[in-house]
Design a protein around this ligand. Structure first.
Ligand code: NDP
Length: 342
């Protein structure tokens, strides 16, 4: 698509994800281009703007978001700030009349998430939550294959997302900015991933949180959360997330007539997918090869195409609300030590 026809994005929050993944991904987009920045660090923003050919006058502070309404080049804003700021940021962008792509987790609570959906609806702008794995080709193929019924009904799923989280002086370990610990940050990929694969909603959830004793970093947030989701079809998902265990990001689906192992399912790259198929007494195992694609570019292009074609995105705000409701039920289950019916 010629640059003039592409959807112009402002990127809000120039942290690690924006600088290392999102801004570089625009080079692989077909329907989107970066045209503005919103940042609380003017010096950094000036350098980044120059790197991406963004005009200096298209760099805004957080208190200038209302001025985006005067910039016709900006059609959408990608909110990439700490979780606890998403609500205020999205409300400000909606008020400026721009479409919003918001990083996960959507907010700190389901109440905030609902408020964001409502604000965007009232402002007549589209809202998408950046569940990048739902745009990543191997995850898409897992969804397709499971739902095709070729391997029979899915019975047991396992999803793991762990990575060691470092020093205490970061917003991810502070409840007001993070909203929680490993569960909303990385366990969310397990939760959202198994819901996407099965295409149904859990009717019962159960969780246990185990935090290291005497570690002040985990006084208010969860370090290790293991949780189970039971679905109406009878499928069960066992999920585990931790800020204390070495990186592991895998999704496994066990079905009546086969299995799917997706290594690095929730990673930025490096997915490896093996599929076992049972035919009579024999079993064949195939490794699926797909061309490498940048999942951030696919996600951004999806939202751009939805804006251009007036369609609802695959992962709208309601998807974020549902995950927050489920995470709240998981935290309640862990607190009370009992399964919670949904
Ligand atoms: P960083 O801490 O690296 O960056 C956050 C940026 O937000 C800062 O650099 C700053 O940018 C801005 N900011 C505004 N207010 C604050 C504040 N009070 N404290 C800290 N930063 C502030 O975080 P990430 O880039 O890792 O994460 C940003 C968002 O992206 C989060 O919601 C996170 O969950 C999500 N994320 C998603 C991933 C995915 O794979 N989809 C992976 C990693 C993160 P500036 O100086 O320009 O104002």
């Amino acid at each position: 698509m010629p640059p003039g026809k592409r959807v112009g994005f402002a990127v809000m929050g120039l942290g690690r994800l924006s600088l290392e993944e999102i801004l570089p991904a625009f080079a692989e987009c077909k329907a989107a281009r970066p045209v503005a920045l919103v940042s609380g660090s003017p010096e950094k923003a000036r350098v980044v703007a120059a790197q991406y050919g963004i005009a200096p006058e298209s760099v805004y502070g957080y208190d200038e978001v209302h001025r985006l309404s005067e910039n016709p080049e900006v059609q959408a804003v990608y909110v990439v700030t700490p979780n606890g700021l998403h609500r205020d940021n999205v409300l400000a962008v909606a008020k400026a009349g721009k479409h919003v792509l918001c990083e996960k987790p959507m907010a700190n609570t389901s109440a905030e998430a609902r408020e964001m959906v409502e604000a965007c609806r009232k402002a007549g702008v589209r809202l998408m939550i950046a569940y990048r794995c739902q745009y990543e080709p191997f995850n898409r193929e897992t969804v397709r294959l499971v739902r095709s019924g070729e391997l029979g009904r899915p019975r047991v799923l396992e999803a793991t997302n762990t990575q060691v989280q470092g020093p205490a002086d970061q917003w991810r370990l502070k409840a007001p900015l993070a909203g929680g610990g490993a569960l909303p940050d990385i366990g969310l990929y397990c939760l959202n991933g198994v819901r996407a694969v099965l295409g149904e909603e859990p009717v019962e959830v159960f969780a246990r949180i185990v935090n290291p004793e005497g570690d002040a970093r985990y006084a208010d947030i969860d370090e290790t959360t293991v949780f189970m989701l039971r679905f109406p079809s009878g499928a069960i998902a066992n999920c585990a997330t931790s800020y204390g265990a070495h990186e592991s990001k895998d999704l496994r689906v066990r079905l009546e007539r086969g299995w799917i192992d997706l290594e690095n399912a929730f990673a930025y790259r490096g997915q490896r997918m093996r599929i076992a198929r049972r035919k009579g007494e024999s079993e064949s195992v195939e490794e699926l090869r797909l061309g490498a694609k940048n999942q951030f570019a696919l996600e951004i292009d999806h939202f751009a195409e939805c804006i251009l074609e007036g369609r609802e995105p695959r992962t709208p705000g309601e998807e974020g609300v549902q995950d927050h409701l489920l995470m709240e039920a998981l935290y309640r289950s862990a607190r009370e030590g009992v399964p919670v019916a949904i």
